[in-house]
Design a protein around this ligand. Structure first.
Ligand code: SF4
Length: 467
């Protein structure tokens, strides 16, 4: 799954790019933004909204992954069909019974993430798409994306996906090095990646609109190998028009969390830690900076911390996530929606999810506090190339908050990690150094906001300030 709001809690380290992205800018269109806001508390994107569908099945759990997934072994395994049917039925039930027909949204993006959506039968994806079309007003030019993993689809399946309307693919490559892929616990190898690319090109031809996921900072990944990886991508017969580059985050509770814990790293052993050490912080930083310059040379726009796109190929779906007040529906295990200013996270275990779907009296944990909304906007906008419009913050939340953000950004500006366009009032992080330290800079701004005397006394009902 590609979006989560746990990120607000993850802001202590400089290396934390494990959040995919993109963005649409309300930036300093102050007048039009405010005129929308004066009549409505809804999205700045007119009435556009996205839909996220979570398909939680993977053959096995990768060693770094803490997403809400269910490892199923082979999809041919007895039991998978039954499990998939049970989940799909629940998902369709959720779409039918947990959304209001009174919404006036036009759906501009549908995104199937996971998990591994390309693992499930075509009939499953078809049934979900049909349900969405029946339930929502889907724009004729809606971007319909699917995450596909090498080794989980063939020509016939890809053709069926194209024919049912998928017009964008996000291919989970992560690495071209078989030793590294093995250490990550990935099921595919470089050969599978090349086969997958050939299938995609044969099916979609030169119209193929695809993104590739790669991870830097991997165990055993040298700077030279990373450079080689990027060169490999640029030499592909059909280059991706979008790249998502993530820096590995070692999450607690994962296999890597155990392998690369301090105690393991400090122990003398023959564990994978000693054979495939993590790159140093300096090496990981270099990988980030190198990628930024290298891809710029090849015509990619670094439009968000982890995202690069050739002209016209920014992810529409991520535009929704990264917009101020972007709205999206989300269905499925662990999925988080953002509708009417309310973030709502679905249960992350299958048993709890199924229970919730069929017992609507169980409410979801959600939040729409003034503080959360402001922090969320600061976080999202500063991860993007367009940045944060301070006058808009002042008009929307109050000049005290605008001033606190300015104070919080001062050190970053002094260190040339951030820049403030005084004329337009737009705060941005510099590329690549500021983006590399985005979490630290944003944390400093958060800390400044939290020192405001009024911060802790705000009540939930004061969210009307934002409407
Ligand atoms: S394929 Fe993706 S979602 Fe599935 S286990 Fe691996 S990282 Fe997690």
């Amino acid at each position: 799954m590609k979006v989560g709001y746990g990120w607000i809690l993850l802001l202590s380290a400089a290396r934390a790019f494990w959040i995919p992205s993109t963005l649409h800018n309300p930036s300093c269109r102050l007048t039009s933004s405010l005129s929308v806001r004066s009549s409505s508390s809804t999205s700045l994107l007119a009435n556009n909204a996205g839909v996220y569908i979570h398909i939680p099945f993977c053959r096995r759990r990768c060693r770094y992954c803490d997403f809400a997934i269910v490892p199923v072994g082979s999809e041919d395994r007895t039991g998978f069909t039954q499990l998939n049917d049970q989940y799909t039925t629940a998902l369709l039930h959720e779409i039918t019974h947990h959304t209001s027909l009174n919404n006036n949204h036009t759906i501009s993006s549908i995104y199937f993430g996971g998990g591994t959506p390309s693992l499930v039968p075509v009939s499953t994806l078809q049934a979900i798409l049909e349900k969405l079309y029946g339930r929502f007003n889907v724009a004729p030019d809606c971007e319909i994306s699917i995450e596909m993993d090498p080794g989980t689809f063939d020509f016939a399946k890809a053709t069926a996906l194209r024919d049912m309307g998928f017009n964008r693919v996000s291919l989970g490559v992560q690495s071209f090095n078989d030793t590294i892929l093995e250490s990550l616990g990935r099921i595919h190898r470089k050969n599978d990646v090349m086969n997958a690319l050939k299938i995609l090109q044969d099916v979609w031809g030169n119209d193929l609109n695809y993104s590739m996921d790669l991870i830097s900072g991997l165990p055993g990944l040298s700077v030279a190998e990373w450079v080689h990886t990027l060169e490999n991508v640029m030499h592909l017969q059909l280059r991706p028009n979008h790249l998502s580059l993530y820096d590995l985050q070692v999450e607690p509770g994962t296999v890597f969390g155990r392998w690369y814990s301090d105690s393991m790293i400090n122990s003398i052993s023959s564990s994978p830690v000693t054979t495939l050490p993590l790159p140093s912080d300096e090496e990981a930083s270099f990988m980030y900076k190198y990628a930024s310059g290298f891809l710029r040379y090849y015509g990619y726009d670094h439009y968000e911390v982890s995202s690069y796109a050739t002209p016209g190929h920014q992810s529409q779906h991520n535009q929704v996530y990264w917009a101020v007040d972007g709205e999206w529906y989300a269905f499925g295990l662990g999925a988080t929606s953002h509708i009417n200013g309310q973030l709502a996270a679905r249960p992350r275990t299958m048993a709890d999810y199924l229970k919730w779907v069929y017992e609507p009296t169980v409410s979801l944990p959600s939040t729409n506090s003034f503080q959360d909304r402001l922090l969320d906007i600061v976080l999202k906008r500063l991860r993007t190339k367009e940045g944060l419009c301070l006058p808009w913050i002042g008009e929307t939340f109050g000049s005290n908050y605008q001033n606190a953000i300015r104070r919080g950004a001062e050190l970053g500006v002094e260190l040339a990690l951030a820049q403030l366009d005084e004329e337009r009032g737009i705060l941005t992080l510099t590329d690549p150094h500021g983006l590399l330290f985005s979490n630290s800079i944003i944390s400093t701004i958060f800390a400044e906001l939290e020192t405001l005397p009024e911060w802790s006394t705000l009540k939930e009902n004061e969210t009307t300030l934002c409407g």
